[in-house]
Design a protein around this ligand. Structure first.
Ligand code: SF4
Length: 496
């Protein structure tokens, strides 16, 4: 029987760092009949918390029966030891959510749970299905009542329909995925085992890990699946490989098997490498910390500056700033100290605090900054509002010059594949030249990394990546209605 959902009181919220795109979700799964799978999933989600902070959920299967708990809040707010004890099982899936499709409410929390003729299923999704409106129509015509506003429920219903039409779990998952377009990395728990599936473009990441012996005498192997390798590291699972674009992996008591359900296209989100994924994760075989340092190296060669100190915007600008300092030979220093305990949930600030502005999160170090020419490194500028406050705070603390270098090209287009970016008209680089942005955020000079520089650092082909937020080249066709919601169509034709 499902465990009743526990509800929490919440404070009103103020996003103290609103000027960054938000990651959509993190997914996790574990198959480990000898272990406490709910606790392993809790730790996996804890490591993936940066991918979504609005809600969290875990579903376990215990000898065929489903237990589930999900609610609004951080992983550490939604789960405690008592709740985890109510989630026994041999395998589990988990999810952390930040909404891109569907509003922020508990009904939309994941995993999505449905009953079928083969038993219950629980589905966790990271990404965004761009043909959701069409699928919604199709399901309504089949007399389904939709309980949420998410695309995740649509995928789950398509799969449940296929099961109820006589297909097995694997066939049903493939049937559902073939009807979906866009980005989807899925972990699905069923009474017979777990599924891990990635869309044909592999837009959002998904990795496979292993942490047990599969000697038949010891029982089947123990596996974990996560959005990022940091989710494997925390449960001590060894990263075997990425789940490939267009691949389905089935893990059950009979072992593990892989199917290529769709022709892989490989258009991985390059923004995961630049910013979203944790720097201690490995993405597409690449340490993201090393990659981001290389971005800084190349940026220093492309856009040098005569300054006294290289300084990051913490935390996201740190590896690139170190790379910039190494390549330029200019000292690296920290001039902004981050309050690491400011999360997305924050009490309404008083007027006095509002005037303190950015200092709620980042406090400048006067003795480092006074009389110095600073080069500030950040990973991206989206609207420019936070950059302007940071630059002002540095000048107020005594910096004589503030130059800015960005370790990615200008963000000119919104994302439709599971990252919450502003609409195009709110993206500063979509409407303003570099000189206009310099004036708006108040820096002496501003330079972005070139597109070629960002790719050169990946050491891969252009075709390997989705880069639509920098180029407008969307790898999966965006339905017209969806485009209109975010794009300035008359000014910027979409290529796909
Ligand atoms: S549009 Fe940008 S953020 Fe979205 S998937 Fe493509 S590269 Fe990633």
């Amino acid at each position: 029987m499902p465990v009743p959902t526990k509800t929490f009181a919440h404070t009103s919220t103020v996003d103290v760092h609103p000027d960054k795109p938000e990651e959509a979700c993190g997914v996790f799964a574990v198959f480990s009949p000898k272990d406490d799978v709910a606790t392993l999933t809790y730790f996996g989600l804890y490591a993936l918390q940066h991918r979504g902070q609005e809600s969290a959920g875990i579903a376990t299967f215990d000898h065929g029966s489903l237990n589930v708990h999900k609610d609004m809040g951080l992983v550490s707010q939604v789960f405690d030891e008592e709740v985890l004890q109510r989630l026994p099982g041999q395998w589990a899936v988990g999810h952390t959510r930040y909404s891109t499709t569907g509003s922020s409410r508990v009904a939309n929390a994941q995993p999505a749970v449905l009953s079928t003729r083969l038993g219950d299923m629980a589905l966790a999704h990271n990404g965004n299905v761009v043909n959701a409106a069409e699928l919604r129509e199709k399901l309504l015509k089949r007399n389904h009542t939709l309980l949420t506003t998410t695309d995740t429920e649509l995928i789950a219903l398509l799969m449940a329909d296929a099961v109820n039409d006589g297909k097995d779990w694997i066939e049903a998952a493939i049937d559902a995925c073939k009807q979906c377009e866009g980005a989807f990395s899925l972990t699905i728990a069923t009474p017979e085992g777990i599924l891990a599936i990635r869309d044909p473009n592999g837009i959002r990441p998904l990795v496979l890990g292993y942490f047990g012996g599969d000697d038949p005498k010891n029982g089947p192997g123990q596996y974990a699946v996560a959005s990022e390798t940091c989710g494997l590291d925390i449960v001590n699972a060894h990263h075997i490989r990425d789940v490939q674009p267009g691949e389905l992996i089935w893990i059950s008591e009979a072992g593990i098997k892989s199917l290529q359900w769709a022709q892989p296209q490989r258009r991985l989100c390059i923004f995961e490498m630049v910013y979203f994924a944790r720097p201690d994760s490995v993405y597409h075989g690449e340490s993201l910390y090393s990659y981001r340092k290389r971005l800084g190296n190349i940026l220093a060669q492309e856009s040098p500056a005569d300054v006294d100190l290289i300084m990051p915007v913490p935390d996201s600008g740190i590896p690139a700033a170190i790379g910039f300092a190494e390549a330029s030979g200019i000292p690296y220093a920290e001039g902004l100290i981050k309050n690491r305990y400011v999360g997305r949930t924050f009490i309404q600030p008083t007027q006095l605090m509002r005037e303190a502005g950015i200092r709620i999160k980042l406090n400048p170090l006067r003795d480092v900054l006074e009389g110095k020419r600073i080069l500030l490194v950040d990973d991206s500028i989206v609207r420019g509002t936070t950059s302007r406050k940071i630059v002002k705070a540095l000048r107020d603390a005594g910096a004589t010059e503030v130059h800015m270098r960005i370790s990615s090209p200008p963000v000119t287009h919104p994302c439709f594949y599971g990252i919450d970016t502003d609409s195009q008209s709110q993206l500063i680089a979509a409407t303003k030249s570099v000189e206009e942005i310099e004036a708006q955020i108040g820096v002496d000079t501003l330079a972005y990394l070139s597109w070629q520089g960002m790719l050169q650092a990946t050491q891969q082909d252009t075709e390997t990546f989705c880069s639509a937020c920098f180029t407008g080249d969307y790898p999966v066709e965006i339905p017209e209605m969806f485009k209109r919601s975010k794009l300035m169509l008359e000014k910027t034709p979409v290529k796909a």
